[in-house]
Ligand binder design. Structure first.
Ligand code: ATP
Length: 230
């Protein structure tokens, strides 16, 4: 369980998280939904130890992650799939896949990854930049599955992608979930997370304003989509 308690974060003088409290239970998918600038990426950056000034607690595996350096957090088996996907353009698809170090046992083998993502095998010798947006997103997901991380943070995986690709990504995340991974899914697309997440949190101006179970989320999806401005 990843337990976030009263998390505050700053960029310089700018106080952007104002006491975020949420739980990401083991083996579950949790969505974090909010408009641009609400604080979703900052919450993920704080989990990964990438924010300068923070207060509060992020408890995981017997430690408060806010006291640990990023490499120690990664070694606890937490990995971030960032919004910009961070594909290295001058490297081939296979080199991109093999780049992050394996940090824990139990990560997928390259062969398992190719079975889950046949396109990545086919495009192995292409440059990262030759991939479509959807293929880049798949590569970014595949890459973290190889590292052995069991807690995966996805930052807006559907951003800028066509509906048919969004459906593929939903199927991929459902498959990953069925393998027992713990997933925090940051999104602005309420319909994308509807069938995927076990718990939904809404964030506004750096604070959680609602927590919805799936049935209630489905009932209120119109209101949620309106709140997200989509
Ligand atoms: P988006 O969908 O735009 O990524 P978000 O919900 O992820 O939205 P954050 O990126 O966490 O939002 O931003 C939270 C607040 O922090 C916003 O007001 C944003 O302008 C501000 N912010 C983000 N990055 C920085 C930075 N590097 N320096 C200063 N302020 C920042």
């Amino acid at each position: 369980m990843l337990e976030i308690r009263n998390l505050h974060a700053w960029y310089g003088e700018s106080h952007v998280l104002h006491g975020v409290t949420m739980d990401v239970p083991e083996g579950r998918v949790v969505s974090l939904l909010g408009r641009n600038g609400a604080g979703k990426t900052t919450t993920m950056r704080a989990i990964m130890g990438l924010m300068g000034r923070t207060e509060g607690e992020i408890n995981f595996g017997g430690a408060n992650l806010l006291t640990l350096r990023p490499h120690r957090i990664a070694r606890k088996g937490i990995a971030l799939c960032p919004e910009d996907r961070a594909i290295f353009p001058s490297l081939s698809v296979k080199e991109n896949l093999l780049l992050p170090p394996v940090i824990a046992k139990g990560g997928m083998s390259v062969e398992q990854i190719y079975q889950l993502f046949p396109n990545i095998r086919e495009r192995g010798s292409s440059r990262g930049t030759q991939l479509s947006g959807g293929e880049q997103q798949m590569l970014a997901i595949a890459r973290i599955l190889r590292t052995g991380a069991r807690v995966l943070l996805f930052d807006e995986p559907t951003e800028g992608l066509a509906p048919v690709i969004v459906q593929q990504i939903a199927r991929t995340i459902a498959d990953i979930k069925s393998r027992g991974y713990t997933i925090l899914l940051v999104e602005q697309n309420a319909h994308f997370v509807e069938g995927l997440a076990d718990i939904h949190y809404l964030i506004e101006n750096g604070a959680i304003v609602d927590r919805l179970e799936p049935v209630e989320f489905a009932r209120q999806i119109g209101r949620v989509a309106q709140l997200l401005g989509v």
